[in-house]
Design a protein around this ligand. Structure first.
Ligand SMILES: CC(C)(COP(=O)(O)OP(=O)(O)OC[C@H]1O[C@@H](n2cnc3c(N)ncnc32)[C@H](O)[C@@H]1OP(=O)(O)O)[C@@H](O)C(=O)NCCC(=O)NCCS
Length: 238
């Protein structure tokens, strides 16, 4: 009898999960929020605690790896993902540190935002894909971002060649941030930017181009290399 009840419970919970899965798919127009639990289980959900998600297009996926915690101090100060286009993909890997107020906005389609493991983030951080299609923002593992960091992939408006009327500001590449990169406060990262592993971006910098040298400080407006042969640590070493 006990075995029978156990099997019945298992079947019921499988049916419940299947129904929830179908409901999510239908209700969300093929948009999905997939959560990878600590024990390896994969579940679909309508929303994730502390993260407000608005998916308007079709077939976009938000994938979240636990353990992760989205800090929710006030209703207005919580993390928000707004996706209006189709087939966009956002993946946030696990972190032992709380995530404070991230915002991601994509009006176009087929864009990707990937945030690596152990992201340490402290305050408002904005990923703006604008109206672009087929663009990527990739953040490596063990990165640390200060308050008010903004990643702007698209310019929203065109810069045109006076003679040919050709558009001059089409993004060629996405934004690539390596592993173990510290981005300090009030930084703007624009299109086509690569920051290699173990670099620091100084406070208030405006980064507009691709860098290839690891272990350096990049700072200023427009940002340039100001120091080489460095690394950094989370701890405040006095
Ligand atoms: C990046 C940082 C850590 C570098 O500190 P540092 O190693 O002591 O660097 P220095 O002060 O020796 O500066 C080296 C050069 O870079 C320049 N520089 C440093 N930071 C700069 C910045 N943010 N913007 C422009 N130039 C900068 C300095 O003027 C100096 O130029 P010089 O060689 O022509 O004189 C520091 O400048 C910084 O931005 N700190 C703020 C970190 C922050 O936001 N913390 C909040 C929590 S994430």
């Amino acid at each position: 009898m006990v075995i029978c009840k156990y099997k019945g419970d298992k079947l019921l919970s499988s049916i419940k999960r299947l129904l929830l899965f179908c409901l999510c798919r239908w209700y969300r127009n093929g948009n999905r929020i997939i959560v990878h639990k600590k024990d390896g289980k994969v579940v679909e959900c309508f929303n994730y605690f502390g993260l407000s998600v608005r998916l308007k297009g079709k077939n976009s996926i938000i994938e979240i790896y636990e353990p992760i915690k989205f800090q929710r101090r006030l209703l207005v100060n919580r993390s928000h993902i707004k996706v209006e286009g189709d087939n966009n993909y956002i993946c946030i890997f696990s972190s032992c540190r709380s995530i404070h107020n991230i915002q991601a906005k994509a009006f176009g389609s087929n864009n990707k935002l990937i945030i690596g493991k152990n992201w340490y983030q402290n305050g408002f951080c904005f990923f703006d894909f604008g109206l672009l299609d087929n663009s990527n923002i990739v953040i490596g593992d063990n990165c640390m971002f200060g308050q008010d960091t903004k990643f702007m992939l698209g310019d929203y408006h065109s810069v045109l060649d006076l003679k040919t009327n050709k558009c001059l500001n089409i993004p060629r590449k996405g934004i690539n941030i390596g592993n173990h990169v510290w981005i300090a406060r009030d930084v703007r990262i624009m299109k086509n930017v690569t920051i290699p592993d173990d670099c620091i971006v100084g406070a208030g910098s405006n980064v507009t181009k691709e860098f290839s040298e690891t272990n350096c400080i990049i700072a200023g407006n427009p940002a340039r290399i100001v120091k080489n042969n460095i690394t950094w640590d989370y701890k405040n070493t006095k």
